[in-house]
Write a protein that binds this ligand. Sequence first.
Ligand SMILES: *[C@@H]1O[C@H](CO)[C@@H](O)[C@H](O)[C@H]1NC(C)=O
Length: 915
Amino acid sequence: MRSIVVLHNFIFLLLLLSHLNSVSSWKKEEFRNCNQTPFCKRARSRKPQHCKLIATDVTMDDGDLTAKLINPDDNSGSNPLILSLTVYQNGILRMKIDEDPSHNPPKKRFQVPDVILPEFESTKLWLQRYSIDGDSVFVYLFDGYEAVVRSDPFEVFVREQGSGKRVLSFNSHGLFDFEQLLVKKEGDDWEERFRSHTDSRPYGPQSISFDVSFYGADFVYGIPEHATSLSLKPTNGPGIEESEPYRLFNLDVFEYLHESPFGLYGSIPFMLSHGKSHGTSGFFWLNAAEMQIDVLGSGWDAESSIVLHPDQKRIDTLWMSEAGIVDAFFFIGPKPKDVVKQYASVTGTSALPQLFSTGYHQCRWNYRDEEDVKNVDSKFDEHDIPYDVLWLDIEHTDGKRYFTWDKVSFPNPEEMQKDLASRGRRMVTIVDPHIKRDDNYRIHKEATKNGYYVKDASGKDYDGWCWSGSSSYPDMLNPEIRSWWADKFAYTEYIGSTPSLYIWNDMNEPSVFNGPEVTMPRDALHYGNIEHRELHNAYGYYYHMATSEGLLKREGGKDRPFVLSRAFFPGTQRYGTVWTGDNTAEWEQLRVSVPMILTLGLTGITFAGADVGGFFGNPDTELLVRWYQVAAYLPFFRGHAHHDTKRREPWLFGEHNTELMRDAIRVRYTFLPYFYTLFREANVTGVPVARPLWMEFPYDEATFNNDEAFMVGNGLLVQGVYTQHAKDVTVYLPRDYTWYELKTGTAYKGGKTQKMEVTDADIPVFQRSGTIIPRKDRFRRSTVQMENDPYTLVIAVDASGAAEGELYIDDGKSYEFKQGAYIHRHFMFSNGKLTSANLAPLTSFGTKFLSDCTIERIILLGYSSKPKSAHIEPSNHVADIEFGPLQIRSGVRSSVLTIRKPNVRVSDDWTINLL
Ligand SMILES: *[C@@H]1O[C@H](CO)[C@@H](O)[C@H](O)[C@H]1NC(C)=O
C-alpha cells in the first residue's frame, strides 16, 4: 500500500516537474493542429458546392418554420436533416439543424442547456405566414429585414427588404456538411490517436461545418479566446501560408504566445462584422464542442463558379465543430451597440458587480502565511496605495484540498479575514474543480458515494492528475451536482470562511496535466450519457455557475457573488468575472491584453482583465509601471504573479516607481463612480464598459482596426504605451469631436493622428467633448472608505457648448437595486446651465437608496464664456467660480473653469446657472 503511495507521489512529482519545465516555452507539440484534428482537416479540404442538400417539405410547426434537408441524388439511404427557423423580437433569427428523430439516430445529439435565457425564449414571434416565390421561402424578420431559405442549392440568408442587400448568409458556398451518428458495426475503426492518447469515438465522426458570409464587412471581430489582434486576420486563402484556423477549445496553455490563433482558456462562438456600408452584424453558434473557424482571405474562392453579389463587399468564414447540432443566431444590427444588445438578449447581460470588486486586487502565487498577508496589507497603507482585495492561491490549502486551510501557514483564517474586513477589505481564495482522490477528504468521499464525478469511457470515475495529484472532477452538467457543490460554500461547510471571503475558479477548462492536450479525454462521460467532446467548452461555465450560486446561497440570496473564472462560455457574464489566464511579463503581452479584453467585452463578458505585470517572468520596472497605467482603465484590475517570480508589490522598486504605480491605482479609484455607472449600463443593456473605438465611432473608418486605444464608456479615450523608453506615442482621436487631455485639460481637434509626448508619469487619456464624467477625487484606502465622499463632475463641452452624462449609485453589494433602491441621475449642461434630473423610475413599493453625498467641485473644459458666479436652484445659494490651469506640465497650460463647493446633493434635483 505504502509503496503504491510513494510511487504515485513520485509519478506526480515527475509530471509536475515536466509541467513546470514547460514554463520556458509554449509546447506546441502538446496540442493538436488542424491537420492532426481529422474533422478540421476534412472540413478544410472541402471545395465550394460540396453540399448537395436541398430544402423541401416546408411547414409551420409550433410557430416555427421547418423544412427537411435531403440529398435527392443520394441512394445510400442516408437520413434527412431537420431545419427549423424561429424569429424573435428585435429581428433575431435562430436556425437549428439536427438529425431527424423519426429515423431513430443512435442517440440524441447534445444541445447546450442553461445558456439561452428563458426571457429570450419568451420573445419568440409565433410565425403565422411565409411566402414562397419560386425556389425560395421568405419570412418577415423585422422592420425592413427578411430571412430567406432557398431550396436548391440550399442556402439561408438575411437581407434588407426592398434593396435586397444581404446582411448575413449561411451555406452560400455550399460548404455545409453534417456527419450523422453511426452505430458501430464489426470492423469499424473510429479510434483517433494523439500522442499517447486514444479517443474511442463510439459513434463515429459527428462533425458539422458550414460557411457564413458577412456582407458590407470591412473587418470581423470576436470569437475569443485568442491572443491576437482585435480585427481578425484571414487564416486561409491565397498568399496565407500554413496558417491555423482560430481554435475554440478551452485549454490550459502554459505561456501562450501573442499573435496566435491558438485556442486559450475560454470559447465564445460569436463573431461580429463591421464596415462602413452595412454597419454591424453578428453570428452566434451555440455549440460546446471543439470548434475551428477560418476567416477566408479574399480570393479564397477564385476557382469556384459561384458569383455572390459582387456589388457588396463581403467577408467569408468557415465554421467547423466536432459535435453537437447547428443552433445558430443571426443578428442584423445595424449599429455596433445593437448587435451586442441583441446577443445579450439571448445569453444575458453581465451581473452587476459589487463595488469593491471594481477596485484594485492584489494577488500572488502565493502569499505564504498569515504574517505575509498582514505585512502586504499594511504596506499598502504605509505607502498610501488604495486596494480592496487580497488573494490566496492554491498553497493556502491543506495539500490542495479545496475548502481547507494549511494548518501551519493559515491557522486562523477567520481572524485574518476579519482583520482585513475591519479596514474594509476582502479576501479571495482559490477553489479549483480537481478533487483530490483521498479517502479521508470529505468532498471526495461524498462525491464518490453519490456518484458525482465525471466518468471515463468505461464508466469508472475519471481519474486525472492535477495540482492535488490523483484527482476526479465533479460533473457540473448535472443540476443536482451543481446544487451539492453550491452548498459547500455555506459557512458551516467551508470552515474558516467568513462573509468577506469570495472565490476564484482556476483550472476549470478543465486542466488535467496527464490528459490529452492537458484536458479531459473526449470520450469521458457526463450526466445523461453526454460525451465530454460534446460539452467540453462549457464545463468551466457550469463549474463557475455552481460556485456563483454557492456564494449566493450562503448569504440567503442577499449578497452579489464575486467569482473569477479562467474558463468561460456564452453566458459566463451572468456568473462573474474572467481574466486572460497565464500571460507573460513582456511588452507584447501588455499590448495584446487590450484587444483580448475588448474582444471579451464585445462577446458579452465585460468584467475582464489581464494579470498586471504578466504572470510568468519578471517584468522590468518600466513595463510594470506601464501595465498599471493601462490596466487601471480596464474593467477588472488585478496584479498577479507566478511563484517563481520575484516579489513585485508596487513599493518594491524605489520611491519614484512606487509613486507612479500609486498614481495609476489612485486614478482608477477616482473614476470608480464612472466605472460603476458603466457597469450598470452593461447590466441593463449589454454594452461593455471598455469599448473598441469603432463601437463609439462606427462611421470613422480610421478606428475600425485600432486596438491600441479604447474607450471607457462613451467619454474616455485611453491610449496605452506598449514600448520601452517611449518618448512619444501616436494617438488617433476620432473625428467630429474635441478631445481634452485629462491631466492638463489641453484641447485637441479630432479626426487626426496626434503625436503626444509621454513621460513615465502617465499614458495619454482624453475626455470627449459633449460628456460629463463623475469622479471621487479624495484619496482613500479602499472603496468602502470612499462611500461618503463628495463627487467631482468634469464637463467637457461640445461645439454648441453642451454636454451630458450619468451617475448611478446603489449600496454596492445587495440586490435591493432590483426593487428600485438606487440613485440614477442625468446631468445636462447647455446654455450655461447644468441640471441634474432623475433617471430612476419612481417606485411606490420596496426600498429606497439614500445618500447624503454632495458635489464638491465642477470642472468645465472648453467653456469659452467667463461667468462671474454660479447661482444654484432651488436652494438659492451662490457658489464660487475660479479660473485657472488644471495642471501645468511641460509648459502646457490650459485654463479651465471650476465651480467650487456647489455642495448640491447627488440625490436631489437642482440647476446651476452660470451668470
Ligand atoms: C443585472 O445584474 C443582476 C445581479 O447581478 C442580475 O440579477 C440581473 O439579471 C442583471 N440584469 C438586469 C437587466 O438587471
